[in-house]
Structures are given as structure tokens and as C-alpha cells.
Design a protein around this ligand. Structure first.
Ligand SMILES: NC(=O)c1ncn([C@@H]2O[C@H](COP(=O)(O)O)[C@@H](O)[C@H]2O)c1NC=O
Length: 538
């Protein structure tokens, strides 16, 4: 049953006379407390915070004076006391509450300043179980929730980044904080405890390998606001979850215009595909447009890979996002800046490459310091109306699959290498996805089609166009291999590939009509392998 509210009239202005400060992150604490003291605010504080303030010469009372109880159990219990919570939760203009405060000698607190034990940082560092658990703050969130609930009468600050605006508001209000401001701080406070608890719940779910938790919370901290979202009439921001996966969100932005929503989305798609190529074995270049690759290649070095990737679809590559899996060198950087490119992302860049790119002021360069592990787990989430879909990351690599040859003809070593390459790329192309590849480069990509046979035709058509533009006598699909992200339901898609000149096919298999498709492959003289694994991407 819901509890009933008392009728209260929140004062528009609350004069700030007493503040309780209890912070783990002591950034800006002394300056803030000095500024409060200078405005006549009485300071009350917990153990470590009090010590810092006293050492800075500030007059500060210990919270135990409010509770009449010492801090016990290594700080597990220091503010969990009616002397504190009554001061935070009491409805000032309610007779009963006022009476209770007087009876129990509870002095009101007007401003709560709390930031929490650094659970998120400790989790990121991978501390052991006991230390991670010990960094779950209990008293802090309890106080924040109490003060934020009672925003009608007090203000609650949970982030050192807000200290300056609190002081400004105090000055504007002549020592008082407005109701509107207190409400804004309360909203921030509950968002803080919610993201904190989301991190704790996430840690438990990961540690216990809970696959489909009964409840799932995702927390994020705003890292940057964008001018707009996917379209100019949408608002957007980038939020960091704490996941330490190298990539677009955590990269160092070396230079260039501010990243847009679409830039970040496309850069993520490009870099995740780049990570599929083991940097110790091969150099890879990826060009992405609208979250789909329009050219992918591997080679002995990045320049070779980039040139081959660009040749796949030079028209679409205009204004694209380029990702590399190795340190960017100057020659490759020179080749990239020859055409209009929105973003380059790479693990590192040489000094000379940085100079080359610096000449293009608007071009964004993102350096990640490392490549993400394509086999690492983790969850991916997509919202739908009324809910969200949660699943494990597609961490399957073609290198780990037992490829089954199902055709009469066995693929050659070159065909097999290209098939692996093409299937690797297909994983990162929107379904229905068809990828033609030859000599470690895509030569035709059909993405996001509603029918597989159309994806096959579009890929072949694009390859013909690219050949014509390059003045080649015949399209690169001749003698290529073709990969499909899911099985061919009918022989038609496969026959379209054979018509385009593909000599070998890699696909998951598993269709009711596999026999018909294998027969068609044999009749067309194609080599075909089944992966047993599908890579839908929507
Ligand atoms: N247990 C409690 O009663 C309690 N009350 C406040 N804290 C936290 O203790 C920290 C500050 O401690 P100190 O002032 O001793 O450095 C803050 O992060 C605050 O959120 C507590 N610690 C953990 O739960």
C-alpha cells in the first residue's frame, strides 16, 4: 500500500546555516568548505573529511556530536543514526516532526555534501571480492536519498563539479537556495545513487555470471553533449558506463571538430570490425559509412590495406570513417587525407602521421591506446518501445570455427583464406549481408537488404560499378569468394553469386533446403563451406 504524504509547502528559499560534509573524493573540498564558512555556514563532518577540514584550519564539528555515538566498525557505521537521518528527513513545518526534532535534540541540516566510496574505480581496477564489497557505500547513499527526498527543506550536493554552481546560487540567493535549485540537485542526487547501485548490481551479475538477471540497471555518466542526435531535431549525449573496452567512447580525441552522434556510432562500428583482425598477424583498414563497412582489407601494411579497402567502393568512402588495427604511419595518413574523411580511429599514430593529419583541422583523430578483444564477453543493449533488449556481445570469431566443406570441390588455400576474411567482415555488416572478397579485400558489399538475393545482387552491382570507375575490364567479383551472414534459404542467392563470378561460398548452413543449395553449388562448380554459426546484425 502506498504511504500518504503530509501536506507541506516547500519554502521558496532555504537559508543555508548548517552543512554536513562526508566525502571520499576530496577534490575541491577545502576551497568549497572555506567558501561555505566564509558565508557563515556551520560545518559538521565525518572522520576523514573532518580531519582534512580541521587540518586546513577550518572550524568543524564531528558528526558524533550530532549522534552522541562514535564511528564504529571501521566506518561501516558513522552516519546511520536518527541524529543524522532525523536532521535530513524532518519536515520542518510539520508540528509532529518539529516536536520530534526538539524532543530528540535533532538540529536541522540545510546542506548535505556527500560523494561515495569509489566503488566504480575499485571495480574497474579489478580488486578482490572482499575489497570490492567493502567499497560499497551504505551510509552515503542513505544520506543522499534522505536529503534528496526532503529537497523541500534542504539541498544535497553529490559531485565536486557542482560546488561552484552551489556557491553562485548561494550568492544569488543571498545565502539561501531556491526550491527550483534544490529540486535540480535532488534529481542529480537520485541519478547518482541509481548509477552507483547499477554498478554494484552489474558487478554482482558479472561476477556470478548471471545471464538474464531478473532486473537489469545500466548507469552512465555524461561525458559530452552533442549539438544534436541522429538528426538535428534530436538531442543527444555520450554516456560512459565504466566498461573499459578500448574504442570510440573512451578514445583520446587528438584533434578535429566535435564528434557527432553519427560519428561516434559509425566509429564504433568501424573500430569493432578492425579489432577482428589480429594486429600481430596482419594490418587492416576499414572504411565505414552509416555503420556499414564500404571497404575492408588486410595486407602487409596499413597503406596496402587502406588502398585495397578504398578500391572496393571509392564513392561511398567519401566522408567516411576509417579505422585501423595498427599504429597509423605517415604514408597511410597521407593516403587517407587525400579524400574527405570524417574520422580516423587507430590504437596509436606516429609523430609524422600526427603532423600529416594536423594539416586537416576538421578531421577528427581518435587514439585508443589498444585494440578491444573481439572474443571478450559483455552485454549489448538496444531499446525498443516499452523496454530494451539485452544480449551478450557476438564474441564468436571465424578463427575458432570448424569449417565444414560441403561441396564436391574443395576450396583452394587462397579461397579458404578469403572465405575467412569475408565471413569476418560479414559479422559487422547489417543483415541481410553479402560480402564478396578477393585477395584479402572486399570487392562488393551488400548490406541491410530485406532479401538475401537482393543483397547478393547489390554487392555484385556495386563491384561492377567500382570496376567501371577504375577502368578495369572486368569486375573484381570474378574469381572472388562470397560470404553470407546467414544461410541461403534458396539456391537463388548463391546462383546470383556464381553469376557474378564467385568461385567459393562461406555461409552458416542450416537451411531446410541445404541439400538443394549444395546441389546448386556443385552444379555451378563452387566450393562451399558451412560455418555452423550465424552473424545476424540489425
Ligand atoms: N557507514 C556510514 O555511516 C557512512 N556514512 C558516510 N559514509 C561515507 O564515508 C565517506 C567519507 O568518510 P570520511 O569522512 O571518513 O573520509 C563518504 O564517502 C560517505 O559516503 C559512510 N560509509 C559507508 O557506508
Amino acid at each position: 500500500m502506498a504511504v500518504a504524504a503530509k501536506s507541506i509547502t516547500p519554502p521558496d528559499r532555504v537559508a543555508i546555516r548548517r552543512a554536513l560534509l562526508s566525502v571520499s573524493d576530496k577534490t575541491g573540498l577545502i576551497e568549497f568548505a572555506q567558501a561555505l564558512a566564509a558565508r557563515g555556514v556551520e560545518l559538521v563532518s565525518t572522520g576523514g573529511t573532518r580531519k582534512s577540514l580541521a587540518e586546513a584550519g577550518l572550524a568543524v564539528r564531528d558528526v558524533s556530536e550530532l549522534t552522541g555515538f562514535p564511528e564504529i566498525m571501521d566506518g561501516r557505521v558513522k552516519t546511520l543514526h536518527p541524529g543524522v537521518h532525523g536532521a535530513l528527513l524532518g519536515i520542518r513545518d510539520d508540528a509532529e516532526h518539529a516536536q520530534a526534532m526538539e524532543t530528540h535534540k535533532i538540529a536541522p541540516i540545510d546542506l548535505l555534501v556527500v560523494n561515495l566510496y569509489p566503488f566504480e574505480e575499485v571495480r574497474q581496477k579489478g580488486a578482490d571480492w572482499a575489497n570490492t564489497v567493502e567499497n560499497i557505500d551504505i551510509g552515503g547513499p542513505a544520506m543522499i536519498r534522505a536529503a534528496a527526498k526532503n529537497h523541500a527543506y534542504l539541498a544535497c550536493v553529490t559531485d565536486p563539479a557542482d560546488y561552484a554552481s552551489v556557491l553562485d546560487a548561494l550568492d544569488e540567493g543571498d545565502g539561501a537556495l531556491s526550491y527550483e535549485f534544490r529540486k535540480t540537485l535532488a534529481a542529480r542526487a537520485f541519478a547518482r545513487t541509481a548509477t552507483y547501485d547499477a554498478a554494484i548490481a552489474g558487478w554482482f551479475a558479472d561476477a556470478l555470471d548471471i545471464q538474464a538477471p531478473a532486473r537489469f540497471a545500466l548507469g552512465g555518466k555524461l561525458a559530452s553533449s552533442m549539438r544534436y542526435g541522429e538528426n538535428p531535431h534530436q538531442q543527444a549525449g555520450l554516456y560512459l558506463t565504466g566498461e573499459q573496452r578500448p574504442g570510440a567512447a573512451l578514445a583520446r580525441v587528438v584533434q578535429g571538430k566535435a564528434l557527432s552522434f553519427n560519428n561516434l556510432n559509425d566509429t564504433d562500428a568501424a573500430f569493432e570490425l578492425a579489432a577482428e583482425f589480429d594486429a600481430s598477424r596482419t594490418a587492416a583498414a576499414i572504411i565505414v559509412k552509416h555503420a556499414n563497412p564500404c571497404g575492408v582489407a588486410e595486407g602487409p601494411d596499413l597503406l596496402d590495406a587502406y588502398r585495397k579497402a578504398l578500391a572496393c567502393d571509392p564513392i561511398s568512402a567519401f566522408g567516411g570513417i576509417v579505422a585501423f588495427n595498427q599504429k597509423l604511419d605517415a604514408d597511410t595518413a597521407r593516403a587517407v587525407v587525400e579524400i574527405f574523411t570524417e574520422v580516423i580511429i587507430a590504437p596509436e599514430a606516429s609523430d609524422e602521421a600526427l603532423q600529416v593529419i594536423a594539416a586537416k583541422k576538421n578531421l577528427r583523430l581518435l587514439l585508443t591506446g589498444a585494440m578491444p578483444d573481439p572474443r571478450a564477453g559483455g552485454r549489448v543493449l538496444r531499446t525498443i518501445a516499452g523496454g530494451f533488449l539485452l544480449q551478450n556481445r557476438d564474441a564468436q570469431s571465424v578463427d575458432d570455427l570448424d569449417l565444414r566443406i560441403v561441396s564436391r570441390r574443395e576450396p583452394s588455400a587462397q579461397e579458404l583464406a578469403d572465405m575467412r576474411f569475408a565471413f569476418r567482415v560479414t559479422k559487422h555488416v547489417k543483415s541481410n549481408a553479402i560480402v564478396y572478397a578477393k585477395n584479402g579485400a572486399t570487392v562488393g558489399i551488400g548490406a541491410g537488404q530485406m532479401s538475401r538475393v537482393d543483397a547478393s545482387r547489390i554487392a555484385a552491382w556495386k563491384a561492377r560499378d567500382a570496376a567501371e570507375a577504375a577502368g578495369l575490364a572486368e569486375p573484381q567479383t570474378l574469381g572472388s569468394v562470397v560470404a553470407s551472414d546467414a544461410f541461403f534459404p534458396f539456391a537463388d542467392g548463391l546462383l546470383a553469386a556464381a553469376e557474378a563470378g564467385a568461385t567459393a561460398v562461406i555461409q552458416p548452413g542450416g537451411s531446410m533446403r541445404d541439400e538443394d543449395v549444395i546441389k546448386a553449388a556443385d552444379e555451378a562448380g563452387l566450393a562451399m563451406v558451412f560455418t555452423g554459426v550465424r552473424h545476424f546484425r540489425h
